[in-house]
Design a protein around this ligand. Structure first.
Ligand code: NAP
Length: 242
């Protein structure tokens, strides 16, 4: 048992999730760090978290698989309850709809929407008993404006925004705040093959965002400074969608 608050961050072996985990560790949270397969990178992030004076438990599982999620998380949840849950795990499988395979449609919806449902359901029962908590869901500008080549991803992220608002309405009175952080184009593995010249034209600030720029917004939403904010979509996109 510890007096420090715990944050569960999904998809945190790299990219935005890793930056969120490190930022929350610097804020004083202990971290439950989920990821799917990259044990080496996850261990490196755990080391950085330890260097910042926080505890870090690695909890690898596929968020889209309810049985794996439950098997991995339940033993921890029986002992301690996270104050913050960051549903960040996700990926895109981009192609025009005419060429999109059913599997590409289903996988992208599943990691985002089943992932949100599975992990949030498991944690929420415990949070409700504590009558406190923060849930932050990582969406995307694609889910707000739509993006060609991303019909699956836009649908998933748009669905996540709707789910977040509905959940915020359901549990506001229990002092559990639910918000969305919606990044634009951020420099990570996910965007490394994007055609930069074409993308930069869409960004008023003229550059990709950094993972820590998304993370510091999540940090704010998990802090006491954000005690009256719920059901909101906070854009971190350099002006790419207003
Ligand atoms: P990334 O660098 O590719 O990292 C993705 C992370 O998610 C990895 O830790 C990966 O784990 C994990 N993951 C993938 N599928 C998973 C699953 N089924 N179960 C558990 N973990 C899983 O991606 P990113 O760019 O940081 O993106 C993070 C989130 O931000 C995503 O939801 C993405 O849609 C969103 N986003 C990104 C951008 C951007 O420009 N990068 C923009 C808007 C929104 P392993 O590698 O260990 O398998």
């Amino acid at each position: 048992m510890t007096d420090r608050k715990i944050a569960l961050v999904t998809g945190a072996s790299k990219g935005i999730g890793a930056a969120i985990a490190i930022s929350l560790a610097k804020d004083g949270f202990d971290i439950w760090l989920n990821y799917r397969s990259d044990h080496e990178k996850a261990s490196e992030i755990a080391e950085t978290i330890h260097d910042n004076g926080a505890k870090c438990i690695l909890i690898p599982f596929d968020v889209s698989d309810i049985n794996s999620a439950s098997k991995a998380l339940d033993p921890y949840l029986e002992k301690e309850v996270p104050y913050a849950l960051i549903n960040n795990a996700g990926f895109s499988k981009d192609t025009l709809l005419v060429w999109m395979k059913q599997e590409e449609w289903k996988d992208v919806l599943s990691v985002t929407l089943d992932g949100f449902f599975n992990v949030t359901k498991l944690v929420l029962n415990y949070m409700l008993r504590k009558k406190q908590g923060r849930i932050i869901n990582i969406a995307s500008t694609s889910g707000q404006s739509g993006m060609p080549g991303q019909v699956n991803y836009s649908a998933a992220k748009s669905g996540l925004i709707g789910a977040s608002k509905a959940l915020a309405l359901e549990i506001g009175k229990r002092n559990i705040l639910v918000n969305v952080v919606s990044p634009g184009f951020i420099d990570t593995e996910m965007t490394k093959d994007f055609l930069k010249e074409r993308v930069l034209m869409m960004i008023p600030m003229g550059r990709f965002g950094k993972d820590y720029e998304v993370a510091q917004t999540v940090s704010f939403l998990c802090s006491d400074k954000a005690s009256y904010i719920t059901g909101q979509v906070i854009n971190v996109n350099g002006g790419a969608y207003m």
